[in-house]
Design a protein around this ligand. Structure first.
Ligand code: ADP
Length: 643
């Protein structure tokens, strides 16, 4: 299903492209000396994309490809549709199939190219000649120099939040983004947002939050004075909650903070965490003020440890990106795409702008009167950096896939270091046990939330508490045969075949494309995924017993909701995949960048995955989206003040 506003935009873009194509086609016709190449007419073809068939129609004159129209597709919003918009234009413009695929949208790009190839064949054209023809080289544009109050590097969640906030605080803003599209990792994420939220958590039963978890946090030996104070606050909050006789789930920013602190093995900065969890709810309401919608209940996303994850109504991270880019376009804030920041300009010790490279290799100089915000994301796609800093995992070489978009190469960390920034926690790199076996991406993941699924290995046996920390689950998966597991769910997760996972895919589509398996009995499911039936049946029975008793799980699991007892049953394979780099630029609670000397670098701010110190050794699931919004907002409004 497509977003209607998006569809309208797409239709307009396609119409515009067609006009461009027509004009271009005419010019070509004269240049081709009327040599007949095609049987003129409109031909249709389709090819498999990520979300099923991409259907196109291509109109040919006797000599040229006149226009290409994408008639139908279900590609990932914010990812595949970049290819849908740009590949047809490139083919028509260059009259060639020799067109680069769009980074991050390779499968969609290839689907379009394959379908156009088919149409060329149908029109009697010479496919080999079209594949061999060199594309038209882009002319180098003139160098650009511009000035704004605030320059933001990176148009992912943190960068966009900073840009909107800076503008709301009265600043003029320019955003640079190196990719041909906005969104970064944010737009392809599962998009869960953690926050204690009294309104929505009223819908969750008290039993969803185990008392043992709260008591362990209260009674742990404190790491410092602040920790001790926060434990006392949590104790008071919990006692008040119990005395009130509340029947709904307990939560508070203090509980969220202490779970984050312990979940990162205390290698994170409690001052930053306390500030962060105190602002997540305001961040959520701010997103809502920009038009973003969340569902009415909270769930527990993988590795979140508590039922405080908010689920956007729109698929993946598109809701965040659309709501913030809508604000920016309504207020004419420019986002310069395909513009890669290379260096921070320093003027008398203060960050004063950015040197970047534009789409045609031209130099782009952007002066910032008040502040520069670095929001370039992490480095999960930079193998060299992964290998340089990793100490937690056996290897993070190219054999280990990643969930990330191709632009996650750590540029901001290098730029910040160049101007004296300190780095923290670079060795902490998060792997998820949830990668697609072919691509490492999160798409195709059939879990809906922690409570209602189990994991079994290739022998059909459970091997870990499936509500554990992400690093614990991934380490456990590495001990299993081929480091491969099956996620097992039932009808509770997919009441109908058209129910979608968190990645905009229906379970029917996943089964049809062989990425998930479906059966009416566990025995049948076991046969389909080639695991011993007796083991799978035993694993599910053991889990169901623990659900009934709300405890006594052999692996120590404590988060439960429904039994796995209602057909159809589903299984989906998953492998370890690099997901998040916890370390990065050192910041304070004002998101000011801290130098290796321990001083603030004036005018320089950083927010989002490019920073370190908030997640320690292991980031809790659902904490990243809240991090990028909270810190993006702080960075934007502080940069606007030029503090
Ligand atoms: P976060 O979650 O912290 O916002 P994202 O991955 O969502 O991180 O977004 C970071 C964005 O920054 C991506 O869109 C990425 O392409 C962009 N980016 C990375 N390096 C550069 C660079 N050198 N210049 C401009 N943009 C960059």
């Amino acid at each position: 299903m497509r977003v209607s506003g998006h569809r309208k935009r797409m239709v307009l873009i396609l119409a515009a492209l067609s006009v461009v194509a027509l004009l271009f086609g005419c010019a070509q016709t004269q240049a081709s000396l009327q040599k007949t190449v095609f049987r003129p007419g409109t031909y249709t073809a389709s090819a498999k994309g990520i979300g099923g068939d991409v259907k196109i129609s291509v109109t040919f004159s006797a000599t040229d490809i006149v226009s290409i129209k994408v008639d139908q597709h279900n590609e990932t919003p914010g990812v595949g549709d970049v290819a849908i918009e740009t590949i047809p234009e490139k083919i028509v413009k260059g009259q060639t199939l020799n067109v680069d695929t769009v980074a991050g949208a390779t499968i969609t790009s290839k689907a379009i190219l394959t379908a156009v190839e088919e149409c060329i064949k149908k029109a009697g054209g010479d496919v080999a000649a079209f594949k061999a023809k060199q594309p038209v080289a882009a002319k180098k544009a003139a160098d650009i120099t511009q000035t704004a109050d605030v320059v933001v590097i990176g148009a992912g969640g943190a960068g966009l939040a900073a840009a909107v906030s800076a503008h709301q605080a009265g600043a003029s803003v320019i955003v640079v983004e190196k990719m041909p599209k906005v969104g970064g990792n944010t737009i392809i994420s599962g998009a869960a947002y953690n926050s204690a939220d009294p309104e929505r958590q009223k819908n969750a039963p008290a039993s969803a939050g185990p008392e043992a978890t709260v008591m362990a946090l209260i009674n742990a030996t404190p790491a410092n004075e602040l920790h001790k104070q926060m434990q006392a606050t949590l104790k008071k909050e919990y006692e008040e909650y119990k005395a009130s006789g509340a029947t709904y789930l307990f939560d508070s920013p203090t509980l969220h903070a202490l779970q984050t602190f312990e979940g990162g093995d205390r290698k994170d900065d409690l001052v930053l965490i306390k500030n962060y969890t105190s602002k997540t709810l305001a961040g959520l309401h701010w997103l809502e003020s920009l038009g973003m919608k969340f569902t009415d209940t909270c769930f527990t996303v993988l590795g979140a440890l508590w039922q405080r994850s908010h689920k956007p109504v729109k698929p993946l991270g598109t809701g965040y990106i659309e709501s913030m880019t809508s604000y920016l376009s309504a207020h004419n804030v420019p986002i310069m795409l395909e513009t890669k920041a290379e260096h921070i300009i320093m003027d008398k010790g203060r960050a004063a702008g950015v040197i970047a490279t534009g789409p045609s290799g031209n130099k782009v100089t952007l002066y910032a009167k008040k502040g520069v915000v670095i929001a370039t994301g992490g480095f999960s796609k930079n193998i060299e950096m992964r290998q340089k800093y990793n100490t937690q995992w056996k290897t993070l070489d190219a054999s280990i896939p990643s969930t990330n978009h191709p632009g996650a190469t750590g540029d901001g960390i290098v730029m910040a270091q160049e101007v004296g920034s300190d780095l923290v926690g670079m060795e902490y790199i998060q792997l998820l046990p949830m990668g697609d076996p072919q691509t490492g991406s999160l798409s195709g993941n059939i879990e809906q939330g922690v409570e209602n699924r189990i994991f079994v290995n290739k022998e059909g046996n459970r091997f870990v508490a499936e509500d554990a920390r992400r690093d614990v689950m991934t380490q456990a998966l590495y001990q299993q045969p081929d480091a491969t597991m099956w996620v097992i769910v039932d009808k509770h997760s997919y009441p109908t075949g058209s129910t979608k996972n968190n990645f905009n895919e229906t379970i029917d589509e996943l089964v049809e494309s062989g990425r998930a398996f479906k059966a009416d009995t566990l025995e049948e499911l076991a046969a389909k995924i080639h695991v011993p039936a007796a083991n799978l049946v035993k694993a599910v029975a053991e889990f169901n017993k623990a659900v009934e008793k709300k405890g006594g799980d052999p692996f120590g699991r404590t988060l439960f909701a429904d039994k796995i007892d209602t057909p159809p049953f589903y299984a989906g394979a998953r492998v370890p995949t690099v997901h998040h780099t916890m370390g990065g630029i050192k910041i304070n609670t004002e998101t000011q960048v801290i130098s290796t000397k321990g001083t603030v670098i004036p005018g320089l701010y950083a927010a989002g995955e490019v920073t370190g110190g908030i997640h320690g050794t292991n980031r809790l699931g659902g904490n990243a989206l809240a991090d990028i919004i909270v810190h993006g907002r702080i960075a934007g409004s502080n940069a606007a003040k030029g503090m």
